[in-house]
Design a protein around this ligand. Structure first.
Ligand code: SF4
Length: 359
């Protein structure tokens, strides 16, 4: 299977930088002076830091500590032990994780670059990656072998909610013998010790989100106009020649606009033989990719819905961020923001006052 990477640079980073510019020094003037978008957007964390679309890992980070997530938006750069300025998420083990993901993807797919001229072209390529993955399942002709696709983009607003998500599904397996579809999340580990329940919990939530997003796509429960509105895309802009040719060469004719691509995707997804049946996380050792620990689990729809109900008000700006509960205070020990954390300070003061009263 051929995997395609858009060659256009995402412009998310500049806006992200602009959102936290007041906490930074030396922000390049061209970013500060960037013309404001004409569209009025709500002034809440969802639009201020994420332009209306959350990544699935934003929700995992929120589950870990909401206060920490907000600090990452406000102060994305920290000094490391050698005194160098680093992006807070650029930890060596994270970079290793990224390269292992790529190695795994390249085991079954080839990456090629396609010249894109507009954001619509770039999103046209993303949709093509989804179309290819789904079409691969629909046209699979080996009844005794599983079909596997990796790194498939996904998006949607689960259960018709106000939050909109984007993500990349590490692996989708289809087994024609059992008609089962499985979503697999791939995580790396620094040691062979099994992950802590708190870690596996956030990973399970991530897989459950991917399963729900994929199922809603298969069931035709995606809102086309909301997709174009949240990504701020123009559905009828003609795609450039190179993107249109790519669709043609893969047997998808008459795709001239992003809207055509979106309609093709939903049409194919609707023909899928099944919705997702299984979910799994595969833990792989960073230093030895042959060591694997696999965890399979059932979906808990009710829990996911409750979680979204709790998360939504923070993103919509209707409640303040919350830090960790006292039983999770161990997380503060390796948090980059523990020295400035107001939540931690307030909790410590509360605890001291309680102690005083008891004495
Ligand atoms: Fe969250 Fe603790 Fe970090 Fe504060 S110090 S941001 S409560 S993990």
């Amino acid at each position: 299977e051929l995997k395609i990477a858009p060659s256009i640079k995402d412009d998310f980073d500049d806006d992200e930088l602009l959102a936290c510019a007041e906490n930074l020094e030396n922000v390049p003037p061209e970013i500060l002076e960037k013309p404001k978008k004409t569209k009025e957007r709500p002034n809440n964390p969802l639009f201020k830091y994420r332009r209306g679309v959350l990544s699935v890992s934003d929700l995992s980070a929120q589950i870990w500590c909401e206060q920490q997530l907000l600090y990452k938006f406000l102060y994305p750069f920290v000094l490391n032990d050698d005194g160098e300025i680093k992006r807070v998420d650029d930890k060596p083990h994270m970079l290793r994780g990224t390269s292992l993901h790529l190695e795994r993807e390249l085991e079954i797919q080839i990456k090629i670059s396609i010249e894109c001229k507009t954001r619509e072209d770039s999103y046209g390529v993303r949709l093509l990656n989804m179309i290819q993955g789904i079409n691969g399942i629909l046209t699979w002709d080996k009844p005794n072998e599983r079909y596997i696709t990796r790194e498939m983009p996904i998006f949607g607003n689960m259960y018709g909610g106000k939050l909109y998500f984007r993500g990349i599904i590490d692996e989708i397996n289809y087994d024609p013998r059992t008609n089962q579809l499985e979503v697999v999340e791939f995580k790396t580990r620094a040691s062979k010790t099994p992950p802590k329940p708190q870690q596996t919990y956030t990973h399970e939530v991530q897989v459950n989100i991917y399963r729900t997003l994929l199922d809603e796509l298969i069931q035709g429960r995606v809102d086309k106009s909301l997709y174009f509105e949240r990504y701020n895309l123009e559905p009828t802009t003609p795609l450039c020649d190179s993107v249109r040719n790519e669709y043609n060469e893969r047997g998808f004719s008459n795709v001239d606009t992003l809207e055509n691509a979106f309609d093709l995707l939903t049409k194919l997804a609707f023909q899928m033989p099944t919705i997702t049946t299984n979910g799994a996380i595969e833990y792989i050792l960073q230093t030895d990719a042959t060591w694997k620990h696999r965890k399979e689990f059932h979906r808990d729809e009710h829990h996911l819905e409750q979680l979204l109900l709790k998360s939504e008000p923070f993103w919509l700006g209707t409640r303040e961020p919350e830090g960790v509960d006292i039983e999770d205070a161990y997380k503060c020990n390796w948090c980059d923001y523990s020295d400035i954390c107001q939540w931690r300070e307030e909790k410590a003061n509360e605890f001291a006052r309680k102690k005083q009263r008891l004495n």
